[in-house]
Ligand binder design. Structure first.
Ligand code: GLN
Length: 487
C-alpha cells in the first residue's frame, strides 16, 4: 500500500469513530496526505527511507508541531499556534512519519482519565462509558480504536503507561533524558518524558529509535546512545533474565483480576526461562505523597508563564483593567479546577516557612525511592508490577475525588521520581469486567532495551495463548478494523 492509501484509511476511520471516541483535538487531513504523497514520491524515486517512512502517527497535544494549534488541553492556550517543532516532532518528520493530528489529554497533562481536558473527555474504545486513562488518553484511545497505528505520549507520573494499561496497548516511558523535552509544554520538568505508544512491542521500539537520543536543545538530555530497543524487541529472549516482583506494589486495594493476570504473566516469563524473585522497595509507599508535592511545586512555577500576555487566551483587556488584573482574570477563566488546585498546592509547598517541611522533605523521599531502585537493580535485571491497581473506571466515577484519582499512579510514579525506564504491556482481560490489564516493567536508567525484551517475550507467548492480539477481543467498535490482523 502507498502512504497516501494508509493515511487516507486512517482519516476514514477517524470520520467513522471520532464522534464516539473523541481521541483528537485537531486533525489536518490535507497536511497529512501531502506529507504522505511526498514519501510515496521519494519511494518511487528510489530514495533510501527509514523503516517508519510513510507511517501515520498521532501527537499528544502537549508537544508543538509548527503551524498546528497546541492547547495542552487547556482553554488558556486556545488559539495558540506555535511557530516551531518540538524535537520529537522534528525527528518524526525527518524520518518521514506522517502526523495525523493532535490528541486529547487532561489539561496540562494533570489527570488519569482525560476528564480534565477543557475540550471534553476521550472515551475508551473497549467501553465508551469508561475512561481511556490519562493524561494521554487520546494517544492511547487513537491506537485502540485503530485511528492511528502509532502515537506519542508524555509521562510525568504515568500518563503513557496508565492509558496503555487500560486500553490494552503498549506504552513506554524512556529513561529521563532519553527523549528530548524541547517543545514540550512543561508540567514538571524533572519528571516529564515523551515516549512511544503503539499496538505492538516492535512498533513502539521502532518509534522509540526515531525519537530518542541526545538533543543539544534540552539541557537535561542524556548524552548517551539510544539503547538498541529494536533488536531487543525482535529478540524477546528472557532466558536467564532476573526479574524482581515488587512486594509493595500489590495486595490490598488492587483489583483481584488485575493481580490474577499479573501473576499469570509472571508465570509465563518464568516458563520462558526468566528467574523470578521477590524484591522489597519499602520507600515506594511514600512515592505518591512525595510526587504530589514535587509535581505541583514545579507545575506552579512552569504555569506562571500563562498570563494572557504571551500565549493564547486574554481576558478582561477592555481598558478598564490594569495588566495584573488581566493576568488574574485570564488565569481565572483559562485554567480548570485541577490545574488551580495544583498551582495553589505547589505555591504553598514552595513558600517561605513551608519549603523545608514540604518540598524539601519530598525531595529527600525522592532520593530514598531512587536508592530502593538502586539496591533492587543490584539484585535483578528488571522489576515488574501491575501497571495500575485497577482496570478502566467509569467516566464520572472519580472526577470529584482527587485522592481516588491520584491512586491510579501508585505503581508508575516511582520510575518518574527516580528517572529510570519503564513500560506497560497488555497481559489480558480482568475476569470480573473483561477489561484490559497491563504489566509494568521497570529497568535501570539507560537500559530501556530490557523493557522491550520482556515486552516482546510476553507478547509472543500471550498471543499464542489468545490466538491473536488482545485487541482482537475488543467489542464491536474496534473489531472491524482488526479483520486481517493488526500487524
Ligand atoms: N496522573 C498523573 C497526574 O495527574 C500523571 C500525569 C502525567 O504523567 N502527565 O499527575
Amino acid at each position: 500500500m502507498s502512504s497516501v492509501e494508509v493515511t487516507q484509511a486512517h482519516l476514514d476511520r477517524m470520520a467513522a469513530v471520532e464522534p464516539a471516541v473523541h481521541a483528537f483535538l485537531h486533525v489536518d487531513g490535507e497536511r497529512a496526505l501531502a506529507a504522505a504523497a511526498k514519501v510515496d514520491q521519494a519511494r518511487a524515486a528510489g530514495e533510501t527511507l527509514g523503516p517508519l517512512a510513510g507511517v501515520p502517527v498521532a501527537l499528544k497535544d502537549v508537544l508543538t508541531y509548527a503551524g498546528a494549534p497546541t492547547t495542552a488541553g487547556s482553554r488558556v492556550l486556545e488559539g495558540w499556534v506555535p511557530p516551531y517543532d518540538a524535537t520529537v516532532t522534528r525527528r518524526m518528520l525527518d524520518a518521514g512519519l506522517v502526523i495525523l493530528g493532535k490528541t486529547n489529554l487532561d489539561e496540562f497533562a494533570m489527570g488519569s482519565s482525560t476528564e480534565n481536558s477543557a475540550y471534553g473527555p476521550t472515551h475508551n474504545p473497549w467501553d465508551l462509558d469508561r475512561i481511556p486513562g490519562g493524561s494521554g488518553g487520546g494517544s492511547a484511545a487513537a491506537l485502540a480504536a485503530f485511528e492511528a497505528p502509532l502515537s506519542i505520549g508524555t509521562d510525568t507520573g504515568g500518563s503513557i503507561r496508565q492509558p496503555a494499561s487500560v486500553t490494552g496497548t503498549v506504552g513506554v516511558k524512556p529513561t529521563y533524558g532519553g527523549t528530548s523535552r524541547y517543545g514540550l509544554v512543561a508540567l514538571a520538568s524533572s519528571l516529564d518524558q515523551p515516549g512511544p505508544c503503539a499496538r505492538t512491542v516492535l512498533d513502539a521500539a521502532l518509534l522509540h529509535a526515531v525519537i530518542g537520543g541526545h538533543d543539544p536543545l534540552d539541557s537535561t538530555s542524556a548524552n548517551a546512545p539510544v539503547p538498541d530497543v529494536v533488536s531487543a524487541a525482535r529478540s524477546g529472549d528472557v532466558r536467564g533474565l532476573k526479574i524482581g516482583v515488587v512486594r509493595e506494589l500489590g495486595g490490598e486495594g488492587y483489583q483481584p483480576g488485575v493481580e490474577q493476570r499479573f501473576r499469570e504473566a509472571v508465570d509465563v516469563l518464568a516458563g520462558l526461562g526468566a528467574e523470578i524473585v521477590e524484591v522489597s522497595c519499602p520507600n515506594f509507599a511514600y512515592a505518591l505523597p512525595a510526587y504530589y508535592l514535587i509535581l505541583p511545586s514545579e507545575a506552579s512555577s512552569n504555569l506562571a508563564k500563562f498570563d494572557g500576555m504571551r500565549f493564547g487566551l486574554r481576558t478582561g483587556d477592555d481598558g478598564s483593567h490594569d495588566a495584573e488584573e488581566v493576568m488574574g482574570l485570564t488565569r481565572e477563566a483559562g485554567f480548570g479546577a485541577e490545574v488551580k488546585r495544583r498551582i495553589i498546592l505547589g505555591t504553598y509547598a514552595l513558600s517561605s516557612g513551608y519549603y523545608d517541611a514540604y518540598y524539601g522533605q519530598a525531595q529527600k523521599v525522592r532520593t530514598l525511592v531512587t536508592r530502593d531502585f538502586e539496591s533492587a537493580f543490584a539484585q535483578v535485571d528488571v522489576l515488574v508490577s501491575p501497571s495500575t491497581p485497577g482496570t478502566a473506571f467509569r467516566i464520572g466515577e472519580k472526577v470529584d475525588d482527587p485522592l481516588a484519582m491520584y491512586l491510579n499512579d501508585l505503581c508508575t510514579i516511582p520510575s518518574n521520581l527516580a528517572g529510570n525506564a519503564s513500560a506497560s504491556f497488555p497481559v489480558g482481560l480482568a475476569p470480573e469486567d473483561g477489561l484490559p490489564v497491563g504489566l509494568q516493567v521497570m529497568a535501570p536508567p539507560l537500559a530501556d532495551d530490557r523493557l522491550y525484551r520482556v515486552g516482546a517475550a510476553l507478547e509472543r507467548a500471550l498471543e499464542e495463548r489468545w490466538g491473536g492480539p488482545l485487541l482482537a477481543q475488543a467489542p464491536e467498535l474496534v473489531v472491524p478494523a482488526v479483520a486481517g490482523g493488526t500487524k
